[in-house]
Design a binder for this molecule. Structure first.
Ligand code: FE2
Ligand code: FE2
Length: 409
């Protein structure tokens, strides 16, 4: 305790405020305390209003007060102290000659730590003050420890989050190195997905997760053979089957499920420490080619059984195929365009409506992210939430009324 006190608390004299409307009583209390503890700093006041101001302004370790005083009673002062966070933690010892049972009970209910009868017995008063001051010091040590632990926890959480984002950015770099067009596609899908999530009025944290899940939705394609990853011509049926596996590959990469998982120390699971961003990204990787009517792949999930982030990224993916038709011509047999007749069968109908109400916004986004800038240093990392925020504003000012109409339908 002594070590904690010296490390966590500043070395200062204990300060006690004495309050009684009779000057002779406060002088007597001060004399008694000084006989035993000259190292305690005493302040004596006779006006409760002055005491209240001092308690709010200065730093006291304990208040010793009378109950019955003109204008403001000791009980009123206790009530005020309880209500104010600056004074609520200051312990109070009541010294009174007006000792009816109800008053004592009320003082205890209002947080008084002890009640001493006048005339007070000197050793009783001083011993009680010692105990109260020790209790207060314990509270201060706990509070200081809490602050330190919170700081350490916050630092570790920040380091962990930054390591996770670093891993995501490295995956994006691999996508960019394997196929720059795929990196651009991933970025546009991320932006469209976040704008859709914002238009659907999802919470900010969900919109952020969906943005990064959109970035990584096709990460499984880095496991495809080069011939399929950079193909310009049409796919054969056999090639389509291989290409479709990018959903499972993506989920495996993001969940960290590999033959080497067994090498982790006992009790550690590669999935257990995964952040919600990466979990959502894995969910999207496996579900972004499912279709609302159950005709998608890999599992043929239907309607609400498809996770919401997967449904959002599915239509964002199709928006990119619709706005960049040439680059993705080899996939034309697999793609349902969001403006087409079949869109309501392939995608969540609510999202199709949101897209149709804001088609112009997506067209503008498509133009903006048409190519990789010549100076592409840190290009992927620069596509952050702030960029999407611009388009959230554009989308809401574009058509607040139509948005409300779409969402209420
Ligand atoms: Fe895909
Ligand atoms: Fe895609």
């Amino acid at each position: 305790m002594e070590i904690l006190r010296s490390v966590l608390l500043e070395n200062r004299k204990k300060r006690i405020l004495l309050l009684d409307d009779e000057p002779a009583v406060v002088r007597s209390l001060a004399r008694i305390i000084n006989q035993f503890h000259r190292d305690w700093e005493l302040e004596a006041v006779t006006d409760p209003e002055e005491a209240w101001l001092r308690l709010q302004r200065d730093r006291f370790d304990v208040l010793v007060t009378d109950v019955r005083m003109p204008k403001v009673t000791g009980l009123t002062l206790l009530e005020r102290m309880q209500m104010d966070p600056r004074t609520a933690c200051i312990p109070v010892v009541v010294v009174t000659g007006w000792g009816d049972y109800e008053t004592k009970l009320r003082a205890l209910e209002l947080g008084a730590m002890d009640l001493l009868e006048k005339p007070v017995e000197p050793r009783h008063l001083v011993t009680r003050l010692q105990q109260v001051l020790r209790w207060k010091e314990g509270q201060e040590i706990l509070a200081a420890l809490n602050v330190r632990l919170r700081r350490i926890l916050d630092r570790h959480l920040r380091e962990l989050a930054s390591e996770r984002m670093g891993t995501i950015l490295r995956l994006l770099i691999v996508i960019q190195q394997r196929n720059p067009d795929l990196a651009l596609h991933s970025m546009r899908v991320a932006v469209y997905s976040k704008v859709l999530a914002q238009l659907l009025k999802l919470e900010d944290s969900q919109c952020r997760e969906i943005f990064w899940a959109g970035m990584l939705h096709d990460v499984g394609k880095i496991a495809l053979p080069d011939a399929l990853l950079v193909r310009a011509g049409m796919f054969s049926p056999g090639e389509i089957t291989i290409w479709q596996k990018h959903c499972q590959y993506g989920e495996q990469i993001l969940r960290g499920r590999t033959p080497w998982s067994g090498m982790l120390p006992t009790g550690e699971d590669s999935d257990s420490g995964t952040s919600s961003i990466v979990k959502t990204a894995a969910q999207v990787a496996i579900s972004h080619h499912e279709r609302w009517d159950g005709t998608g792949f890999p599992y043929g999930l239907e309607g609400g059984a498809i996770p919401l982030p997967g449904r959002i990224v599915a239509i964002a993916d199709a928006i990119d195929h619709a706005t960049r038709p040439v680059a993705w011509a080899h996939l034309s047999s697999l793609v349902v365009l969001p403006a087409s007749e079949e869109a309501h069968k392939a995608f969540d109908p609510r999202m199709v409506e949101v897209f149709r109400c804001h088609e112009e916004v997506f067209r503008k986004l498509s133009d903006r992210f048409r190519r990789i800038p010549a100076d592409n240093e840190g290009w992927l990392a620069s596509v952050d939430t702030q960029l999407c925020g611009e388009w959230q504003d554009a989308a809401s000012s574009d058509s607040d009324e139509s948005s409300a109409r779409c969402l209420s339908e």
